[in-house]
Design a protein around this ligand. Structure first.
Ligand SMILES: *Cc1c(COP(=O)(O)O)cnc(C)c1O
Length: 341
């Protein structure tokens, strides 16, 4: 059996999703004439109670566009030291926006208002970069799918208002956070200036992300997306996949969370496992005993057809997703129990 748990991006579009894509009316989205893209953008903007949403080919481009829209060269943004915008976007923050990152050591990717307060440079002290933006991630990727307590986000928002800072949310896995906590999309829409979401992670789409914000910011974002080469033509085929996924797949995310929780419970009992970070969504980060060679562990799983990844510094990661079936789950659980080190 082949079980791929390296990420929730490895899913294949289902037959029904493909049928929805094939049936989609499309037009040239650079002329804003793709009815399916326009419908998706309206639906997502409404869902968050925000003015405008814009379709992007990737979460990276959506985040980078937001950062560019909120800053000027020389400015600084504040984010957690695990942030995707800092670690995994190829240095785009400096390449695209000429901006530096003030990195905070948060709790599994989550920062607090007190930490942000301390990191803001005084605006009249012209020697230091001007703090212009705070970027949060929910759920956190490198933080193992941890979710923010919404109260902490509101405290950060209050601070941003006080210091006239913009607040961006990297919500690549916001759908998972919404599933796991009680805050609603409109709660998020009220607090953030911009929100990026991905359809290609837990929702099972082949491609697609979105940036949502107010009219002024999104009109700047439209221009930046063009500059970055993100203006696409008959992209309604991809928007159709996203519309299908929001309608049919979003409500099934709890299945991924349930399986992740079961894996956490099992790992906690296994003698060769040293540590399991608390699981709240679909990501499991754990470590094997230091006497065990990590590569040997990964290879032993691979010999059974199971793929997981190393994050470095002794951390291993499993990500559950909609193509990880109940049969694969029982098989993986059995293999984990059988492994001997
Ligand atoms: C996956 C991810 C992104 C966007 O990645 P793309 O591969 O560019 O779509 C952004 N932020 C986080 C936290 C992610 O996990």
């Amino acid at each position: 059996m082949e079980v791929n748990l390296i990420s929730d991006t490895v899913t294949q579009p289902s037959e029904r999703m493909l049928a929805a894509m094939q049936a989609a009316p499309v037009g040239d989205d650079v002329f804003k004439e793709d009815p399916t893209v326009n419908a998706l953008e309206e639906e997502v903007a409404d869902l968050f109670g925000m003015e405008k949403a814009l379709f992007f080919p990737s979460g990276t481009m959506a985040n980078q566009t937001a950062i560019k829209a909120h800053t000027r060269p020389g400015d600084q943004l504040i984010c957690d030291h695990y942030s995707h915008v800092y670690h995994y976007e190829g240095g785009g923050v400096s390449f695209n926006s000429g901006v530096s990152c003030k990195l905070l050591a948060g709790d599994r990717g989550r920062i607090t208002a007190a930490q942000v307060a301390e990191a803001i440079n005084p605006p009249d002290f012209y020697h230091s970069p001007q703090t212009r933006l705070v970027s949060l991630e929910n759920t956190t990727n490198k933080g193992g799918g941890a979710c923010y307590d919404f109260k902490n986000i509101q405290e950060i928002k209050a601070l941003c208002e006080q210091h006239q800072l913009s607040l961006h949310l990297d919500g690549a896995r916001l759908w998972n956070a919404l599933e796991a906590t009680s805050a609603t999309p409109k709660d998020y829409g009220r607090v953030f200036d911009t929100i990026s979401v991905c359809f290609s992670k837990g929702l099972g789409c082949p491609v697609g992300s979105m940036l949502i914000g107010d009219l002024a910011t999104m009109s700047a974002a439209l221009r930046i997306r063009k500059v970055l080469g993100g203006g696409m033509r008959q992209v309604g085929y991809l928007a159709a996949a996203a519309r299908y996924a929001l309608q049919h797949h979003r409500k099934e995310l709890n299945e991924d969370h349930k399986k992740a929780k079961e894996l956490e419970q099992l790992l906690l009992q296994l003698p060769y496992v040293e540590n399991v970070e608390p699981v709240s969504t679909n990501i499991i980060i754990f470590a094997v005993q230091s006497s065990i060679d990590e590569m040997a562990f990964i290879t032993a799983l691979e010999a059974k057809g199971i793929r997981i990844i190393q994050l470095g510094k002794g951390k291993l990661r499993i990500v559950t997703h909609r193509d990880y079936t109940a049969t694969q789950h029982s098989y993986f659980m059995r293999i984990l129990k059988e492994l001997k080190f």
